[in-house]
Structure formats: structure tokens, C-alpha cells
Ligand binder design. Structure first.
Ligand SMILES: Nc1ncnc2c1ncn2[C@@H]1O[C@H](COP(=O)(O)OP(=O)(O)OP(=O)(O)O)[C@@H](O)[C@H]1O
Ligand SMILES: [Mg+2]
Length: 409
């Protein structure tokens, strides 16, 4: 039933939860409103719900409300009678009638003109359409799925969308998770895109490439991933490396330093143990010695880590500045970061970057610094999902320990 073409790839908790909702609502005829950022798979999910429903053998018709000029959209949706307007040389069924018995996807519903919204509302209430130029109405039985990347409720407040229509469309709401919140699905999808193409079946992904994929913020979500992977595959002779990906990422400047997660893990291992030898770090981090060594050298050069010889063996420890002294000095931005985290309860690197208007790389640095001094505590999630909350650090400046803010969004 659901052909390979419609396969939804991914096994992250966020995706599984969404899929479970889609399966449940597919068994009903409730209208479904699918929201999500651009490229998250709204159309794919609409098709999936149809395929999983009792209407699977009936038509699935999709219309992109943003792509059709307002004056044509009504005729397109409701059909018309011969002579209704110049060019109407014969009767034509609208998409509602074409979808009879099946499902109609009103894609980009947020872009539907207000005046047409009133007519759509009537169809949903009465279950009948009146073609342009017709006297009589026609009964239709159509399951409505609508999709948009806009916030209809907010649009309704601004009077840009009818509130009563929002209620009608939102029989059941499904919000698709952004790709950056789907963890390892990113790599799975990337591999699947390569596999699906005859020309790239033997192309693999290097470790660096995987790390970078997991750390990039994917504003264009799955569609962007698909484009970037295939373009990088053209450049790669065998395996795709981080350098091939960076070429095709529009926000390359903002790509988080892929070394960040290794550095974070080194920092927290040193925090726990005080000091460690290279081999000890290697076994704790389960990361090749060469990789750890490369990052350690950087950290030593930047003054975050100290290197000392003990019995002829180099031992690494966090530099004094990273351990937090009796008197903790935070920069203004770090203070802001702590205040924001307190206001939100929990914050991710991406959220902090957005809130402060800084790059993800800078946001990650600040968070690492705050974690190192105990001002923030990681919540144990990894990669982009990693969240931080305000630590139990007692030597925070007095003013901050009790500060309340109104920074909530
Ligand atoms: N989980 C997934 N598994 C496999 N392919 C996916 C998945 N999600 C999306 N895709 C693919 O990504 C592309 C974008 O998906 P789709 O067009 O459904 O997104 P959208 O949310 O409607 O995007 P837009 O907001 O830009 O219209 C499609 O080629 C789709 O098949
Ligand atoms: Mg779409």
C-alpha cells in the first residue's frame, strides 16, 4: 500500500511519536492540520495518512494554495460551468469533486485568500460545493488534510486567517519535528538518499561528514539534506567528507565546529576526574587517540587545558580558568545566557544562539565555558538535542543567583 516512494525514514523518538499520531488519525475521517518548518515532510505525511486510511483506494488530490493565483483558485477547487467566465468552454469538475470519496490536501493553506476561506468553510460545514456559475450545489465526501509552515492561530489573531476556519481544519493537529531534532535520523536519511540513486549507491559517509550532518541546523530540513547530500556526492570520489558538505551548505559560516562535541566530552571527562592521560581519555571517550590528540592540542593552545609530565607521561587537566575559582567572573553575554536558561528552564545551543543573535559555534563555546564553571549543567542528551539547565553552582555572583527575568518567549 505505502509504496517505497512514500516511505517515511527515521526512528528517532520525535519521528516515531509523530508517525504514531498519523496512524491513529488515519483511521478516522477527522480533518488534519499538519504543521512544520519547510521541508519537514508535510506533503509526505498527508499522503501517508491517506495511504493508511480506509480511503486508500480512492483518489488523493493535492493542491498548493500558494502556487495558484487567487482568482483561479476558486474555479480550481470548486469547478465551473460552461460560460461562467471567458475561457470556460465546457463544464469542469473542481478538485473537491475529483477527490470525492478520497482525500484532498490543501497545501500551504496559510496562503489562501480570506475571501476564499469563507467558501472553504461552507464546504466543510455543509459537505457540498457550488461550481463557479452553477445554480445547484453538489454533495461531496472528502477528507480534508491541510498543511502549512505558518502559525494559523497567530494569523487569526492578526485577522489574516479566519479563526472559525482554523477550528474546522484543526480537527487533529500534527506538528512535524524539525530535522535538527531527529538525532541520528539525519545520517539514516542521508544514507537512504544515496542508496536510492543508481549513481551513488557505493558512496559512503566519513565520520567527519556524519558529525557535521548531526551538528548543522538544517533550516531547509529534509529537502535541504537531500539536495546537499546529492550535490556533495557528485564532488566526492568515494566517501563524502565534511569538506564536500561544507561546499554545499549555504550557512557554512555558522556550521558548528564539528570538533565541539569531542571537546565537550573531553571537558566533562576532565571535570569528573581532575586529570587524565591520553590513553585514559581514549578509553573513556571511545574515540580514536589521534582525534582526541588533535582536539587536546587545540585546547592546550587555546589555554583551556594544561599539559604536564608525570612519570614521563603527559597528563591533561582543565586550566584554572575552566575550573571556576572562588570568585566567578562571567562576561555580560554569559550572564545573559544563564538568565535566559533560567527563564526557559532548559535551553539548547540553537535556542541560545537564536535568543542572543550569535552563531551556533559561539553559543556552543559560551555554553561549554558555563558548563566548565558549573553555571550550567548538561541534561545528558547528545548532539543537537542536548539541553542545559542552570547548575547548582554556589559561587555565582550573588546578584545572579536570585535574578528573575522576563526573557521568556
Ligand atoms: N521522513 C522522511 N523520509 C524520507 N523522505 C522524506 C522524509 N521527510 C521528507 N522527505 C522527503 O523530503 C522532501 C520534502 O518533503 P515534503 O515536500 O513532504 O515537505 P514539506 O514539509 O511539504 O515541504 P514545504 O514546506 O517546502 O512544502 C520530499 O522529497 C520528501 O519525500
Ligand atoms: Mg509541501
Amino acid at each position: 500500500m505505502s509504496s517505497k516512494q512514500h516511505q517515511i525514514i527515521g526512528s528517532s523518538a520525535a519521528l516515531k511519536e509523530t508517525l504514531a499520531k498519523a496512524k491513529k488519525v488515519a483511521k478516522t475521517v477527522l480533518p488534519v492540520l499538519i504543521t512544520g518548518e519547510s521541508g519537514t515532510g508535510k506533503e509526505l505525511f498527508a499522503q501517508f495518512i491517506h495511504d493508511q486510511s480506509r480511503r486508500a483506494q480512492k483518489p488523493f488530490v493535492a493542491v498548493n494554495c500558494a502556487a495558484i493565483p487567487a482568482e483561479l483558485l476558486e474555479a480550481e477547487l470548486f469547478g465551473y460551468k460552461k460560460g461562467a467566465f471567458s475561457g470556460a468552454v465546457s463544464d469542469k469538475d473542481g478538485l473537491f469533486v475529483q477527490a470525492h470519496g478520497g482525500t484532498l490536501l490543501l497545501d500551504e493553506i496559510g496562503d489562501m485568500p480570506l475571501q476564499l476561506q469563507a467558501k472553504i468553510l461552507r464546504v466543510l460545514q455543509e459537505g457540498e460545493v457550488r461550481p463557479v456559475g452553477a445554480k445547484a450545489v453538489q454533495k461531496v465526501d472528502v477528507r480534508i488534510i491541510s498543511a502549512t509552515h505558518r502559525d494559523l492561530t497567530e494569523m487569526a489573531v492578526e485577522k489574516k486567517f479566519r479563526e472559525d476556519l482554523v477550528f474546522r481544519l484543526k480537527g487533529y493537529a500534527i506538528n512535524l519535528p524539525s530535522l535538527r531534532d531527529r538525532g541520528h535520523d539525519i545520517v539514516k536519511l542521508a544514507r537512504a538518499f544515496l542508496k536510492s540513486r543508481d549513481d551513488f549507491t557505493s558512496t559512503g559517509l566519513s565520520r567527519d561528514a556524519q558529525t557535521l550532518l548531526m551538528h548543522y541546523h538544517w533550516p531547509g530540513n529534509i529537502r535541504e539534506l537531500q539536495n546537499v547530500i546529492l550535490a556533495a556526492a557528485v564532488d566526492a570520489t568515494r566517501n563524502i567528507g565534511a569538506e564536500h558538505l561544507v561546499e554545499h551548505l549555504p550557512d557554512a559560516i555558522d556550521v558548528e565546529d564539528p570538533s565541539m562535541s569531542v571537546r565537550e566530552r573531553i571537558t566533562s571527562a576532565l571535570q569528573e576526574s581532575g586529570s587524565l592521560a591520553l590513553v585514559e581519555l581514549q578509553s573513556r571517550l571511545k574515540t580514536p587517540k589521534a582525534t582526541i590528540h588533535r582536539h587536546l592540542s587545540g585546547m592546550v593552545a587555546e589555554g583551556d587545558v594544561t599539559r604536564s609530565m608525570v612519570s614521563g607521561q603527559p597528563i591533561f587537566a582543565l586550566a584554572e580558568s575552566q575550573c571556576g575559582g572562588a570568585e566567578l567572573q562571567l562576561t555580560q553575554r554569559q550572564e545573559q545566557a544563564v538568565a535566559l536558561t533560567r527563564a526557559h528552564g532548559r535551553i539548547t545551543r540553537q535556542e541560545l544562539a537564536e535568543a542572543l543573535g550569535i552563531s551556533i559555534r559561539t553559543s556552543s563555546r559560551e555554553i561549554s565555558a558555563l558548563v566548565a564553571v558549573g553555571a550550567l549543567t548538561p541534561d545528558g542528551q547528545v548532539g543537537r538535542m542536548a539541553g542545559y539547565h542552570v547548575g547548582n553552582q554556589t559561587n555565582l555572583p550573588h546578584s545572579m543567583a536570585h535574578q528573575h527575568t522576563n526573557h521568556g518567549r
